[in-house]
Design a protein around this ligand. Structure first.
Ligand code: PLP
Length: 399
C-alpha cells in the first residue's frame, strides 16, 4: 500500500462513521470501464459501482447533459411542476407496460414506495385490510427499517430491532409454501427475478410465472424489485421481461441516473390508484438535475441497444466461464447469471482469488465469500471480459 492510500485510510478512521468495510483501494478517477487509484494504477471495472454506472464512468453525453442542466435548474422540490420529470417519465414508461412513475432517491426508497402503494391500494381501492408483504428467502430489498423487514436477514437487522410488522418470508422456488403463506391480510408479493446480493441467483421462469399466477388468483399485487437487475442489465430493459411477467409495480434505482442518486417506482394505472396527492412524498425525488441526467441515460441505453448488447456479451461470458469450469475441475462450483449480471461460484473461499484479481487490475465483487460477482458497465469491451477470464484462469492455475 502506498503513502497516498495510507493517508486516506487514516483520515477516514477519524472522520467517518464505521459502517462500511472497504476494499483495499482508493479510487481517484474513472472513464468508461476503467478506474484509476490514487497512485495512478489502472483497473478494469467489472462492478460499475454495484450495477450503477451502466454507461461507464463519465460518459461524454451524460457529462454534457449534466453540465447544461446544472446551469439551468437543479432543484425546486415537488411543490412545482417540472418538465424534466415528465421527459424522464415518458421515456422510462416507453420501456414497460407500466403507466405511472413516482421518483425518489434510492433503491430502498423505491421499494418503500412499492410497499406503501400496495398497502394503501388494498385499504383504499380494494377496501380490504390487507397489509402484509411476502418476500422470498435470500432476497435483498434495502436498509431502511421497512426494507430490512422485507429482506428478513437477521445478520443485517441485528441491533436494529424492532422492525416494522407486516412482512412474511417464504423459501424462493417453493410455490406451495407461497400458496400456504398467502392469507386475507396479504397485500403483495415482492420478488427479485435475479437475486443480486443473494449471490446472482436467477429464479426459474416457471416459478416466477407461478408466483404471478398465484398473485392474480388471490387478487393481490405482484411487485418486482428491479433495482439491481433492471435498466438493461439482464438482456431486456427489465429483468421481468425475460419471463413474460406483468408486475403491478416495480422498483428502480442504481443505474437510473448513471451514478447520480435516483430511484423510481413504476406502476400500472390501476395500482397507482393507491396514491393520491399527499399520500407519499420526498423532497429530492425527481429533481430537475437528476431527472435530466436519468432521461439522457435511458435514451442512450435505448439508442445504443445496450440490453441486446448485455444479452450477447453475457451469453459469451457464461459460455467462456463454463468452459473454464470444465477445464479446471475442482475450482469452480457454478457459473450462473443473466445478461451482464454474472456469478462465478468458487469451490474454495474466494478471498485470495478476489484480492489477486484486484492486484492484477480487475475489480469485481465477492459475494458470500465464494461468488465472484460481475456487474460491469453495459458498454464494456468484450476484450476486457476475456482478459478477466484469462486472469482468473491464471490465478486458479497458480500462474
Ligand atoms: N434492491 C436490490 C435488489 C438491491 O440490490 C439493492 C442494493 O443493492 C437495493 C434494493 C437497495 O438499494 P439502495 O442501496 O439504493 O437503497
Amino acid at each position: 500500500m502506498s503513502e497516498a492510500f495510507d493517508a486516506i485510510v487514516a483520515q477516514e478512521e477519524n472522520l467517518l462513521c464505521r459502517s462500511y468495510s472497504r476494499y483495499p483501494l482508493a479510487i481517484a478517477r474513472g472513464k468508461g470501464s476503467r478506474l484509476w487509484d490514487v497512485d495512478g494504477k489502472e483497473y478494469v471495472d467489472l462492478l460499475a459501482g454495484i450495477a450503477v454506472i451502466g454507461l461507464g464512468h463519465c460518459h461524454d453525453e451524460v457529462c454534457q447533459t449534466l453540465a447544461a442542466q446544472s446551469h439551468k435548474l437543479w432543484h425546486v422540490s415537488n411543490l412545482f411542476y417540472q418538465q424534466e420529470q415528465l421527459d424522464l417519465a415518458k421515456v422510462l414508461l416507453s420501456t414497460t407496460h407500466h403507466e405511472k412513475a413516482f421518483f425518489c432517491n434510492s433503491g430502498a426508497e423505491a421499494n418503500e414506495a412499492c410497499i406503501k402503494l400496495a398497502r394503501r391500494y388494498m385499504r383504499t381501492v380494494k377496501q380490504r385490510d390487507a397489509y402484509e408483504i411476502i418476500t422470498l428467502g435470500n432476497c435483498f430489498h434495502g436498509r431502511t427499517l421497512g426494507t430490512l423487514a422485507a429482506t428478513g436477514r437477521d445478520s443485517l437487522s441485528n441491533g436494529f430491532t424492532p422492525l416494522p410488522d407486516g412482512f412474511a418470508q417464504v423459501p424462493a422456488g417453493d410455490l406451495d409454501a407461497l400458496r400456504a403463506a398467502i392469507s386475507p391480510k396479504t397485500a403483495a408479493v415482492l420478488v427479485e427475478c435475479v437475486q443480486g446480493e443473494g449471490g446472482v441467483l436467477p429464479l426459474p421462469a416457471a416459478y416466477l410465472q407461478g408466483v404471478e399466477a398465484l398473485c392474480r388468483e388471490k387478487d393481490i399485487l405482484f411487485l418486482c424489485d428491479e433495482v439491481q437487475a433492471g435498466m438493461g442489465r439482464t438482456g431486456k430493459f427489465w429483468a421481468f421481461q425475460n419471463y413474460g411477467l406483468t408486475p403491478d409495480a416495480i422498483s428502480v434505482a442504481k443505474s437510473l441516473a448513471n451514478g447520480l442518486p435516483m430511484g423510481a417506482m413504476l406502476a400500472t394505472s390501476e395500482a397507482a390508484r393507491g396514491f393520491v396527492a399527499g399520500s407519499h412524498a420526498t423532497t429530492f425525488g425527481g429533481s430537475a438535475l437528476v431527472s435530466a441526467v436519468a432521461c439522457k441515460t435511458v435514451e442512450i441505453i435505448l439508442r445504443d441497444h445496450l440490453p441486446e448488447r448485455a444479452a450477447a456479451l453475457g451469453a459469451h461470458v457464461l459460455e467462456a466461464a463454463t468452459a473454464l469450469q470444465q477445464r479446471l475441475p475442482g475450482k469452480i462450483r457454478e457459473v450462473r447469471g443473466l445478461g451482464l449480471m454474472i456469478g462465478i461460484e468458487l469451490m474454495e473461499d474466494g478471498t485470495r482469488v478476489w484480492k489477486e484479481l484486484i492486484q492484477r487490475g480487475f475489480i469485481c465483487n465477492l459475494s458470500h465469500g465464494v461468488t465472484l460477482r460481475l456487474l460491469p458497465p453495459l458498454t464494456i469491451a468484450q476484450e476486457d471480459l476475456d482478459a478477466f477470464l484469462q486472469t482468473l484462469e491464471d490465478i486458479l492455475q497458480g500462474r
